[in-house]
Write a protein that binds this ligand. Structure first.
Ligand code: GCB
Length: 657
C-alpha cells in the first residue's frame, strides 16, 4: 500500500502529538493508580460507637454482579474506566449498548459473606459489585455518613456514580461523609418518594422496566455501589497464606449515621494507667463549633465534669471518681454521657486496670489467671462468617460454659458485637490484627496497611473494658525486618492506647531436646508473651508432653496462646487414633499436666472453640475443608476435650476464690 503522507512533516507532527498524548495519558493513569494505593491504607476519620447513634440501616438484599475479570472497573487496555459499573447505567433507548444491569442481577444478603450464600461462590476470590438503592430525607442541620462494619478485602465505594473513597483491610470499619452528595426527594415526590417508582420493579427476573431520569435516579433517589475484591495479595495483611476461609463481601452491617453539624466523633474514657480511681481521656469533636464547653457525666457515680475543647475540637481531661471496678465476676458497666453543642452521646463503659508484675498479669491490682479459648469469626453451626449479636452471644456463651474468663479473638478484629457482648458478660479479650505468618516485612505499603488496620481496631474498641490485650502478630518468622516492622506496630499501639497490654503470639525454640524455651527476640518489645505450641499434634504424640520442662528468658507473663489437635465430632476410637474425640481428649489431658508446671504461665487459650472452615484442610470425610481442632463441632456439639478444659478451669476458679 502506498502511503503518501508517511514521512511528511504533518505526519511526523501528528505522530509526535499522539505519542505525547498517550504518554501523558499513561503517566496520568499510572500516577493515579500509585496515588490510589497510597491513599487506600490511610484510615478515614472513623465515627465510633455506632450503636448509640441515630442510624438508618442499609442491611438486607443488595443486587450484585460477579466480576472475576473486573470488567466493571478496567477498560480493555486495563486502565480504570470512566464508565464502570459504578455508573449504574441503563440503556436510554433501544440501540444503546450497556452490558450489565444491577436491577436484573441476583441479590445477596448484607451483612454476610458471599461464599456461604451461593454454591458457585464457595471458593470465589475476586470482585463482586454490590448495589443498594435508597431514599433519604436529611433532617435539618445534620450530617450523614455511610458506615461499613467491614468489607473483605478491598472496597471502593461510590454514591450516585461518584467515588467516595476506598478502604483496604477486611476486618475493620470505615465511613465516608455523604452530606453533600446524598439526594433528597424532589419536591413533587415529598411525602411519597415511592410515587415515581410505581410500575417500576427491581425484581431479579423481571423484564427491564426500571427507568432512570437524567440524574440517574431510578426506583429510589440514591444508589450506593461498592466494588468488593477479596483477592489474596502477597503484599496484603493478611498475605496469601492463612488457615481460615477468605470470606468475601460486605460481611458486616452497613448504615447511614446521622449526626448534628458539630458532633462527638471519637473519645477515650478509661482509668488512667496505674490508677483505680482517676479517669483520663480525651474527646474529639467534628464540625464548625469546635471550641465549646462539653460535659462528661456518669450519673451512677455522681460524676459531672465540664471541659473546654480547643480550636481543633479536642480536649484531654482527667478526674477522680468512686467507681465499682469492672471484672469478670462483676462486669459493671456505667452509662457515660457526653454532652456538647448540639450533640450528645452515651456509651456503656466499664472501668478496670490491667498491668503486669514480673510474670503475673494484674487485673485491678490482683493477679489473674486467664482461663481462655481462641475463637475464629465462624458463625455457630454454619459455613458462614459470624456478624451478629446472636452469634456473639452463642460463641461467648459457650466460652463461659467452659468456665472461661478470657477469649483470644483470632486472627483479626472481630465484629463489634463481640467486644460489646464480652463487656456485658464479663469476658476478657485479646484482640489482634491479621499480621499472620509470612508478611512482606520490607514492603512500605504493607507496613502502612498493618498500621491502619491496627489504628482502626484500637479506635473502634478502645473504650471496651473487656479488651485487655492488643496483639500485633501471630507466628511470624524471627528476623530483623520482622522485628522492626512489629516494633513499629507496638509503638503505634502504645501511642494510641497507653492503658492496655501489648502482646503477640510467638513460637518457642529448644534448649536441648526436652526444654522448650521462650526466647523470641521480639519478646523484648511486648508486655505479655503469647506462645503457640502443638506438642502432641504436629510435634510427636501427646505423651511427649511428659518429657518437657519449659523455660523463658523474659521476666514477663506468658499466655500459651494456642495448643490443641483435631477431632471429628462424633468419631470415637482409642486415644491413639488420630481424629477421634479420644485422641483430642488425651492430648488435652497431657497438655494440661505439662502446662500446670510452667511457673511463668499467666493463662491459656487453646486452639479453638469451634471447628472453622479452611481451604488448607481438604481431607475427605474428616476435614472436608474444616479445621477440626474445635472443642465444639461444626454442628454445635461439644467434643470430649471440651469437658477436660471445663474441669481444668473449674479447678482454677475454685483455687482463685
Ligand atoms: C497455628 C495457627 C492457626 C492455625 C493452627 C492450626 O499455629 O496460629 O491459625 O489454624 O495453627 O490448626 O494448625
Amino acid at each position: 500500500m502506498k502511503v503518501d503522507s508517511a514521512g511528511s512533516p504533518q505526519f511526523v507532527k501528528l505522530s509526535f502529538v499522539l505519542i505525547i498524548f498517550f504518554a501523558i495519558n499513561l503517566m496520568w493513569h499510572g500516577l493515579q493508580a500509585r496515588e490510589d494505593t497510597a491513599k487506600m491504607v490511610v484510615p478515614p476519620n472513623l465515627v465510633i460507637n455506632v450503636d448509640h447513634r441515630s442510624t438508618v440501616s442499609l442491611n438486607g438484599k443488595w443486587h450484585v454482579i460477579i466480576d472475576p475479570y473486573e470488567n466493571g472497573y478496567y477498560d480493555y487496555r486495563y486502565l480504570p474506566s470512566k464508565n464502570g459499573y459504578f455508573k449504574n447505567a441503563k440503556a436510554r433507548n433501544k440501540t444503546e449498548l450497556i452490558e450489565y444491569d444491577f436491577d436484573k442481577s441476583e441479590a445477596l444478603n448484607v451483612p454476610g459473606d458471599w461464599n456461604s450464600q451461593q454454591d458457585k461462590l464457595f471458593f470465589y476470590e475476586g470482585t463482586i459489585w454490590y448495589k443498594k438503592s435508597f431514599d433519604y430525607q436529611r433532617k435539618p442541620n445534620t450530617r450523614v455518613f455511610v458506615y461499613f462494619g467491614a468489607a473483605n478485602y478491598h472496597a471502593i465505594v461510590y454514591l450516585n456514580g461518584q467515588k467516595l473513597g476506598e478502604h483496604v483491610g477486611g476486618f475493620t470499619p470505615f465511613n465516608f461523609e455523604i452530606t453533600k452528595l446524598v439526594r433528597e426527594p424532589r419536591p413533587s415526590q415529598e411525602g411519597s418518594p415511592s410515587a415515581v417508582s410505581s410500575g417500576r420493579t427491581n425484581r431479579v427476573s423481571s423484564i427491564p422496566t426500571v427507568h432512570f431520569d437524567n440524574e440517574g435516579r431510578g426506583e429510589k433517589d440514591n444508589f450506593l455501589i461498592v466494588k468488593v475484591d477479596n483477592k489474596r495479595l502477597r503484599e496484603g495483611i493478611p498475605t496469601v497464606n492463612t488457615d481460615w476461609w477468605n470470606y468475601g463481601g460486605l460481611t458486616r452491617r452497613v448504615e447511614l449515621i446521622e449526626v448534628p453539624e458539630t458532633f462527638i466523633r471519637d473519645y477515650f474514657i478509661q482509668l488512667k494507667k496505674g490508677s483505680l480511681k482517676t479517669v483520663a481521656g480525651w474527646i474529639q469533636l467534628d464540625g464548625k463549633q469546635s471550641s465549646q464547653t462539653i460535659t462528661v457525666e456518669i450519673p451512677e457515680a455522681n460524676v459531672k465534669q465540664t471541659f473546654n475543647t480547643n480550636a481543633d475540637g479536642y480536649v484531654e481531661f482527667e478526674f477522680d471518681a468512686e467507681l465499682q471496678l469492672w471484672s469478670p465476676e462483676n462486669p459493671m458497666l456505667y452509662d457515660v454521657l457526653i454532652k456538647s453543642q448540639p450533640d450528645s452521646l452515651s456509651d456503656s463503659i466499664g472501668f478496670r486496670s490491667v498491668e503486669t508484675e514480673g510474670t503475673k498479669i494484674l487485673l485491678n491490682g490482683k493477679p489473674i489467671f486467664l482461663r481462655g479459648i481462641c475463637i475464629h469469626e465462624q458463625a455457630p453451626k454454619s459455613k458462614a462468617r459470624a456478624y451478629s449479636k446472636e452469634h456473639a452471644e452463642t460463641l461467648l456463651g459457650w466460652a463461659k460454659e467452659m468456665n472461661c474468663n478470657f477469649v483470644r479473638l483470632a486472627h483479626y478484629p472481630h465484629n463489634e458485637y463481640m467486644p460489646r457482648t464480652a463487656d456485658r458478660l464479663g469476658v476478657l479479650v485479646w484482640s489482634e490484627i491479621p499480621v499472620y505468618w509470612t508478611i512482606l516485612w520490607e514492603n512500605e505499603s504493607t507496613l502502612k496497611n498493618a498500621l491502619s488496620q491496627l489504628t482502626e481496631m484500637i479506635t473502634r474498641d478502645k473504650n471496651r473494658a473487656s479488651v485487655i490485650l492488643w496483639s500485633v502478630a501471630n507466628e511470624t518468622p524471627v528476623g530483623d525486618a520482622r522485628n522492626e516492622f512489629l516494633k513499629t506496630l507496638v509503638e503505634r499501639a502504645k501511642s494510641l492506647d497507653p492503658t492496655r497490654l501489648i502482646t503477640a503470639a510467638m513460637e518457642k525454640s529448644y534448649e536441648g531436646r526436652n526444654k522448650p524455651v521462650i526466647n523470641d527476640p521480639f519478646g523484648q518489645y511486648v508486655d505479655v508473651l503469647g506462645c503457640n505450641e502443638y506438642i502432641g499434634w504436629y510435634e510427636g504424640l501427646p505423651d511427649r508432653c511428659d518429657l518437657y520442662t519449659w523455660g523463658t528468658i523474659y521476666d514477663k507473663p506468658v499466655i500459651i496462646s494456642e495448643f490443641g489437635g483435631g477431632a471429628l465430632g462424633g468419631f470415637h476410637a482409642d486415644k491413639d487414633t488420630r481424629w477421634s474425640e479420644e485422641y483430642q481428649e488425651y492430648l488435652y489431658e497431657k497438655q494440661i499436666k505439662m502446662l500446670e508446671k510452667v511457673p511463668f504461665m499467666a493463662g491459656t487459650s487453646p486452639w479453638i472453640l469451634t471447628d472453622f472452615m479452611s481451604p488448607r484442610r481438604p481431607l475427605p470425610r474428616i476435614q472436608d475443608y474444616w479445621n477440626r481442632k474445635g472443642l465444639i463441632s461444626d454442628k454445635g456439639k461439644k467434643k470430649k476435650a471440651f469437658y477436660v478444659m471445663q474441669r481444668f478451669y473449674e479447678k482454677h476458679k475454685q483455687n482463685e476464690q
